[in-house]
Design a protein around this ligand. Structure first.
Ligand code: URP
Ligand code: ZN
Ligand code: ZN
Length: 468
């Protein structure tokens, strides 16, 4: 028996039209009129949009950081994702120094297998590129289905890599058809500023932001772009937070370089004033890069519209204020970095993008799903509504208004970055490969059905541009 979604408006990155959608098993098998046969189950989607399930290309579930571990694991994180309209996440399988890549990948499979409510893939976050690790890289695309890596230019002595390592990785990734994702902040600048701040007795959370200036992001972005240009390799800049870094990306793209970039709802909607509380609660906003002056936000929205910013990731990396962020009560540099958002990314982009007139419906789909699918080897299986694609579908009711609150969220963390903000629209139904995982806005009782995604290479030879 098929499921027919009737009377809705189908939205992709390029189209917007009224049609019924037929789901047979895991796939979309027809889009149009009269796609129904006797015995099919019909779900009324009148007055709703049918969006491709969101793809969040940037999550950290079950990630150990120093003496603690993220508050959300794959189970709680992906339940929250599903209810918010996201049906695929790409999580960072993170290599500890001295660990093989195979071990890191196996660790992440152990965390996710049987626990994920949405489909998932892994990027590999590489912390060192020893000769053994270089050899292992070649196996990633084919045996592990991992076609992107992340390197950090910040987090000195923990994850930070030097320019030589980054260049070697870009060269290798180009050969293997992999996409290199980079955290662009100059970790040496930050290290000096943090040491100085602490020596002066500056311990409050706001010093996290003051020791990670925009210039450190701009410089590292320019350096990463330069290294990608030298390597002739594509580059994906994660979590762009400032207009200055975006300018570097726009200029590079203008020269024809294959530079792609992501921003996050927190940089589009929150600003540095969040650090100005007298009490420790500003620790909720300790993330890297930090929140920036509000003037950056208009530039980031414009970047999404014009395509200089291709995707939005939540960078969901949640720590409770009580007991976890508190580890840095007397020293801001010990506050675990990151914030929650996987549940809210899709709805925030709809509310403050589409409903606010800043993004078209097509742009919304592009930056919440399609472009990530294209860049990370999932398109057109994921990221669009087309015959033959996975039936990952969000039936979005634009008439519902809710207030975002930690009290009602599924994210398993004791705060929400967007507390009190309005969300316009809600995922009334969500289908994951045809399975009805959210019904009438609520997660069904089904066991976690998320499947690991073996992703295709970015582009053989790495020198062709992906059209995003
Ligand atoms: O503060 C953040 N963003 N934490 C997560 C790790 C990262 O740098 O993406
Ligand atoms: Zn990062
Ligand atoms: Zn991150």
């Amino acid at each position: 028996m098929a499921i027919i979604l009737t009377g809705g408006t189908v939205v992709t990155a390029v189209d917007c039209y009224r049609a019924d959608v037929r789901i047979d098993g895991e796939k979309i098998t027809a889009i149009g009129y009269k796609v129904q046969q006797p015995g099919d189950e019909c779900i009324d989607a009148r007055d709703c949009y049918l969006f491709p399930g969101g793809i969040d290309p940037h999550t950290h579930f079950d990630l150990p950081v120093g003496a603690t571990i993220t508050a959300d694991d794959f189970a709680s994180g992906t339940r929250a994702a599903a209810v918010g309209g996201t049906t695929t996440v790409l999580d960072f399988a993170t290599q500890n120094r001295g660990e093989s890549l195979a071990r890191a990948v196996a660790n992440w499979h152990a965390k996710a297998t049987g626990n994920s409510y949405v489909d998932y893939g892994f990027h590999l976050a590489v912390s060192e590129l020893s000769p053994g690790v270089l050899e292992e890289m070649a196996c990633l695309p084919h045996t592990a289905g991992i076609t992107s890596v992340k390197l950090y230019m910040a987090y000195k002595d923990v994850l930070q890599v030097d320019d030589g390592t980054l260049l070697r990785m870009l060269l290798l990734a180009k050969e293997l058809g992999m996409l290199v994702c980079v955290h662009c902040e100059n970790g040496d600048i930050i290290d000096v500023l943090v040491t100085e701040a602490k020596a002066q007795g500056r311990t409050a959370p706001k010093y996290h932001a003051l020791t990670r200036p925009v210039a450190a992001e701009r410089e590292a972005t320019a350096r990463a772009v330069c290294l990608a240009e030298v390597a002739g390799a594509p580059l994906y800049v994660v979590h762009v937070s400032s207009a200055a870094a975006l300018d570097v990306i726009r200029e590079a793209r203008g020269k024809g370089l294959a530079i792609y970039a992501e921003t996050c709802p927190q940089y589009l909607l929150l600003d540095e004033s969040c650090y100005q509380t007298q009490d420790f609660s500003a620790a909720k906003y300790v993330m890297s890069p930090p929140l920036r002056p509000a003037a950056n936000q208009a530039a980031l929205w414009a970047g999404l519209c014009e395509g200089s910013l291709a995707t939005t990731g939540s960078d969901h990396c949640s720590f409770n204020l009580v007991g976890q962020k508190e580890l840095g009560r007397d020293d801001f540099s010990r506050i675990p970095n990151g914030g929650p958002g996987v549940e809210n990314r899709f709805g925030l982009l709809y509310t403050y993008g589409v409903a606010a007139g800043k993004l078209t419906l097509n742009q919304f789909v592009a930056v919440t799903a399609t472009n990530a699918a294209k860049l990370f080897g999932l398109f057109p299986q994921k990221g669009t509504l087309a015959v033959g694609s996975d039936a990952d579908i969000v039936v979005w009711d634009p008439a519902v208004k809710t207030t975002i609150s930690a009290g009602t969220q599924l994210q398993q963390v004791d705060y929400n970055l967007y507390e009190g903000m309005t969300q316009i629209g809600k995922a009334r139904h969500v289908f994951l490969r045809g399975q009805h995982i959210v019904n009438d806005g609520r997660l069904t009782d089904d066991a976690p059905a998320g499947r690991y995604l073996m992703r295709r290479p970015y582009a053989a030879g790495g020198d062709s541009r992906v059209s995003v």
